[in-house]
Design a protein around this ligand. Structure first.
Ligand code: SAM
Length: 200
């Protein structure tokens, strides 16, 4: 069921531009000279907007998503642009990679899409596949987000603070729990995301 919904979502092609916070995070942490040696996993890559951004900037990119359409879109866009990345259909709570494979994991708008049970199992897997000293960046809806209220056709889960604290708990050596809040239409609409940065 989940993959079906997200196949439909990915049929639209996904966002056109990378999230500004992803750009800031990656550029601040990884200077151009080290990017070709930096392995980044885009967990829940959707139709590839962040894989494309990262590959263009010279990172070694792997992308995973549960949606076959998302994966196909990502591969096609990369190929059209002459960019390289390894893209797989893979569930967020499986992540079948060897321990200590990645320097960085980004995960944008996925844990709200996948739900609490998947996210809770995914986080220890992320920790395993990150190298020591590696970092992670997660963005997902909080329970205050406008998308959670009303119809919520995608069935997004908005996370409470206690859920976030429990999920990220003691898994990493450093965890920073922040929010990214954007308002629209005279603040009648509030997008309210958790912005989590971790270091192993
Ligand atoms: C809102 S989209 C975001 C996609 C991409 N990260 C971006 O920023 O454009 C959410 C993505 O999460 C994926 N997803 C949902 N549940 C998942 C799961 N259990 N495992 C892996 N990916 C999942 C969906 O297929 C979808 O592509």
């Amino acid at each position: 069921m989940t993959a079906e919904i997200w196949n439909i979502w990915n049929e639209s092609g996904g966002p056109k531009y990378p999230h500004e916070k992803v750009i800031q995070f990656c550029f601040r942490r990884f200077y151009p000279e080290i990017r070709s040696e930096t392995k980044v996993l885009d967990l829940g890559c959707g139709s590839g907007v962040h894989c494309i951004f990262l590959a263009r900037e010279g990172f070694q990119v792997t992308g995973t998503d549960i949606s076959e359409i998302g994966v196909a879109n990502t591969k096609e866009k990369l190929s059209t642009l002459g960019l390289k990345a390894d893209i797989y259909v893979e569930a967020a709570d499986l992540l079948n990679f060897a321990p200590s494979t990645f320097d960085c994991v980004i995960c944008i708008g996925v844990y709200d899409s996948a739900g609490y049970a998947v996210a809770k199992n995914s986080i220890p897997r992320v920790s395993e596949i990150l190298k020591k000293g590696g970092c992670g960046f997660f963005l997902f809806a909080s329970d205050r987000d406008f998308r959670i209220k009303g119809e919520n056709p995608l069935g997004l889960h908005g996370y409470s603070q206690s859920e976030v604290e429990e999920m990220f708990g003691n898994t990493f050596s450093k965890v920073y729990i922040d929010r990214y809040i954007t308002t629209y239409q005279n603040r009648t609409i509030e997008e309210n995301d958790w912005l989590i940065t971790v270091e192993k």
